[in-house]
Design a protein. Structure first.
Length: 279
């Protein structure tokens, strides 16, 4: 595959954008496929790790267990092999996250100048730990979310949760928490390239907090209050950190621009006065 060369000003035709999207999707899928293939070999170890939150719920509340864990059922003879692929996919998404996160960032920033594209490496260097931190938090929150959901079951009933539904829940939790933790980093990068200013972030702080909880209510697969707060509170903290980083960056940028305005003046030439009234 020929490597696409992007012009220095970032301008590309529609056909070039489509070809670049295809190339970056191919690279992302290839990274996930390689990670999934490696994870397929270690299915038993990964499955025990994924099942642990479900086991914790049954062990702590004295529910009926099989080998120390709650029973998960299946209804099709094809389900066991599908579990292997789904578990491998979950692990492959985590293992391949450095590649597909970089490809995502590299595609959504086509208008950046050459000197601004250096932030791509920094983005990945921070995005991967944030994504894994969000996925780790989701892993520990899963047992509490399952507990709240199962508490609504009437007395005398037995839960027969299918493995397919449980794996879908685990995949949604890991992805949503991981991607949500990268949203503040996206805010920082947009500020660094001059798209989003600190003043705009400061003025929209209350709206941002409201939108965070709207997002958590929609994004969390269980929708229970504990899971929403477990995602919403860290996300608000990370957004505030991103806002303060934007404040420092804008202050340094303004100072550098002010210094450059007087760099061409001779030593005996007076600098121009700013007679604009201060509000």
């Amino acid at each position: 595959m020929a490597r696409l060369r992007r012009p220095a000003d970032g301008r590309m035709s529609l056909g070039e954008h489509i070809r670049e999207l295809r190339a970056r999707l191919l690279k992302s899928f290839l990274a996930i496929a390689v990670g999934s293939a490696v994870s397929f070999v270690y299915f038993d170890e990964i499955w025990r790790l994924l099942r642990h939150p479900y086991c914790q719920v049954h062990q702590k509340h004295g529910l009926q267990t099989v080998d120390g864990c709650g029973q998960l059922v299946f209804t099709s003879v094809f389900d066991p092999i599908l579990w292997h692929f789904k578990v491998a996919l979950i692990a492959g998404l985590l293992v391949g996250s450095p590649v597909w996160l970089y490809q995502l960032w590299a595609f959504v920033t086509p208008g950046l100048q050459r000197k601004e594209r250096k932030y791509s490496i920094s983005f990945v260097a921070v995005a991967v730990p944030l994504f894994l931190a969000g996925a780790t938090l989701a892993y520990f929150v899963m047992s509490k979310g399952l507990q709240l959901l199962l508490n609504f079951a009437p007395t005398g009933t037995t839960s027969l949760i299918s493995i397919d539904h449980y794996l879908s829940y685990a995949l949604a939790m890991l992805l949503m928490f991981g991607l949500a933790f990268d949203l503040p980093l996206l805010v920082v990068m947009l500020n660094f390239v001059g798209i989003l200013s600190y003043l705009r972030l400061k003025k929209s702080r209350r709206v941002s907090i409201f939108l965070v909880f709207v997002f958590t209510a929609i994004a969390t697969p269980s929708g229970d209050p504990f899971t929403m707060l477990a995602l919403g509170i860290p996300l608000i903290v990370l957004l505030e950190i991103a806002t303060q980083v934007a404040r420092v960056h804008d202050a340094r940028k303004a100072k550098a621009q002010a210094a450059s305005e007087f760099a061409n003046l001779s030593d005996d030439e007076a600098s121009p006065l700013d007679l604009t009234p201060h509000p």
